[in-house]
Design a protein around this ligand. Structure first.
Ligand SMILES: Nc1ncnc2c1ncn2[C@@H]1O[C@H](COP(=O)(O)OP(=O)(O)O)[C@@H](O)[C@H]1O
Ligand SMILES: [Mg+2]
Length: 507
């Protein structure tokens, strides 16, 4: 039987205009383009966001394999590769859409210039404003080197091969404004920094190690941001597990990040990540070492809460699991297959419980390991389900003050007043509203730190410890344990002083 039909293809402009609304933003769009550069074996990627008002431009250049003229034309076609086709295991692409949709979400004119080794330069352009004037709705892909200025055509001269994307008419990011528009210019610069943060996170495993890749953003290298602080040696690694459905296998590994008192204030702030500590807890999903999801409990019925923030769990997926994990076009979402939810929930629970015990009970844990009642100034007591905070009378400084005072009554009264009025509810509220905003003990107050240290040291010595013992105790004592170098220097200095005093006395 002869089938009847109408031709009902989409009009070029209409489809492009709809594809713009995929929900990319500047950082995710650039990351998607970088996936192609990495798949093409690039060792260097140069991204330039050049401000020039309405003529501002984003240029993304790589020294990867490049494309032949035929391949470029194919690559410019929306849906150039079907998502159900098997891909090379190292391919970061999937839908055959990224380069077009990501670019067009940010600009109205995408030009791609590329060159394979020992081949001629090929140039193609999608220009939305040109297409909108084409009445027939034809998919007219503009071609020819002359689309680009002579200096732009030279951009690949120094590489053996490579590809450059030019994004012009950045209507979402810049719009139709003059070059001296300070407000928009500032926004433009801020977005460039957001791009830096995003790339540092998404590609951190490509930016480090033997076969690492360099990403240069406006002339400055992008430094990797590792959510697990693996290099610090301070994160606790939970045992890794291999899970899978059918023949698909992948690895899951939990990390408990160090309590903030164990790392410097800068390291703590930088480990927080782009959206802050609370937001970045949960599962991190990587596809071929490229980060897709940066902290999420994956709809497993668990909430993000302050006391779980130290739990970060890495999932390493190969690109063959794309369909079962429902990887989306923007590569910003992934959903675990139903059959895995039980295992993932179990792993999440274990990590969360360990994280919350580190977060909450660090003090208790240390106390237990030291077997020493004097290391903490504050004691946390519970009675009939109520919590109390009491000043530790065994703390060396408290004990000395009480022992040396002629009239102990006002001191006892003062301590009891402090204990009864600790603004605990206020602290809880502040911490929940602005996590990590609490200052560290003696943050920016080194003179006060020093005199507190002197006083406690003296108290320890006067209670019968040798200076060496006192020094060792001091280094394990809160809050001095957060400043091991300063304490060590102080102890050394006081021992030195004692030695020379003793020497003088003997002369
Ligand atoms: N920088 C590049 N270097 C070499 N080839 C590229 C580059 N960017 C895109 N391509 C080619 O264009 C094709 C289409 O890219 P894209 O639209 O992002 O879809 P996908 O990455 O899903 O295949 C890629 O499969 C690749 O063959
Ligand atoms: Mg791609």
């Amino acid at each position: 039987m002869q089938l009847e039909y109408d031709l009902a293809g989409p009009g070029a402009t209409d489809l492009f205009e709809s594809l713009r609304a995929f929900g990319y933003d500047l950082p995710t769009a650039i990351a998607d383009v970088l996936d192609n550069s990495l798949t093409a074996g690039a060792k260097n990627i140069w991204i330039d966001l050049t401000w020039a008002g309405r003529n501002s431009r984003v240029t993304i250049r790589d020294d990867g394999r490049g494309m032949s003229e035929t391949k470029l034309v194919e690559a410019m076609r929306p849906g150039s590769t079907s998502p159900v086709e098997d891909r090379d295991p190292n391919d970061l692409g999937r839908f055959g859409l990224g380069m077009k949709t990501a670019s067009i979400s940010q600009c109205r004119c995408l030009t791609v210039m590329t060159r394979e080794v020992d081949s001629a330069l090929a140039v193609r352009r999608w220009d939305l404003d040109y297409l909108s004037q084409v009445r027939s709705g034809e998919w007219r892909l503009l071609k020819g080197r002359s689309l680009l200025k002579p200096e732009d055509q030279k951009l690949l001269d120094r590489e053996n091969s490579g590809t450059v994307l030019f994004w012009d008419r950045l209507d979402t990011l810049v719009g139709d404004v003059d070059e001296d528009n300070d407000v928009v210019q500032r926004h433009f610069r801020e977005r460039a920094e957001a791009v830096r943060d995003h790339l540092a996170m998404v590609f951190h495993r490509y930016l480090r190690g033997r076969h690492s890749v360099k990403i240069h953003l406006n002339g400055r290298p992008v430094e990797p941001w590792d959510p697990f602080l693996e290099d610090s040696g301070l994160s606790e690694a939970l045992p890794s597990e291999t899970l899978g459905v059918g023949s698909e296998r992948f690895e899951v590994k939990g990390f408990i990040l160090p309590h903030h008192s164990r790392i410097s204030a800068e390291a703590h702030a930088s480990a927080a990540g782009y959206n802050g500590w609370n937001a970045h807890q949960g599962f991190y999903i990587y596809r071929n070492r490229r980060l897709l999801v940066a902290g999420d409990w994956l709809g497993l019925g668990m909430q993000k809460e302050e006391h779980f923030k130290l739990a970060r769990i890495r999932i390493d997926l190969p690109n063959s699991t794309d369909l079962s994990w429902q990887i989306d076009v923007k590569k910003s979402q992934a959903h675990p297959p139903a059959a895995l939810r039980k295992d993932l929930r179990r792993i999440a629970r274990a990590a969360r419980s360990r994280a919350s015990s580190i977060y909450r009970h660090r003090g208790k844990l240390i106390q237990r390991t030291l077997g020493d009642g004097g290391a903490f100034l504050w004691k946390h007591l519970t009675k009939h389900g109520k919590t109390f905070y009491k000043i530790n009378r065994d703390h060396p400084l408290v004990a000395t003050v009480l022992a040396e005072a002629e009239d102990k009554k006002p001191i006892r009264a003062l301590m009891s007043l402090i204990e009864q009025t600790v603004p605990a509810p206020l602290i809880v509220v502040n911490n929940a509203e602005a996590p990590d905003s609490l200052a560290q003990p003696f943050e920016g107050a080194s003179a006060e730190l020093r005199s507190a240290m002197e006083a406690v040291f003296a108290a320890l010595v006067s209670s019968g410890r040798s200076p060496l013992e006192a020094g060792e105790e001091l280094i394990r004592m809160e809050p001095f344990d957060a400043y091991p170098e300063i304490v060590a220097a102080f102890v050394e200095q006081s021992m030195e002083m004692r030695r020379s005093n003793a020497g003088r006395a003997a002369e």
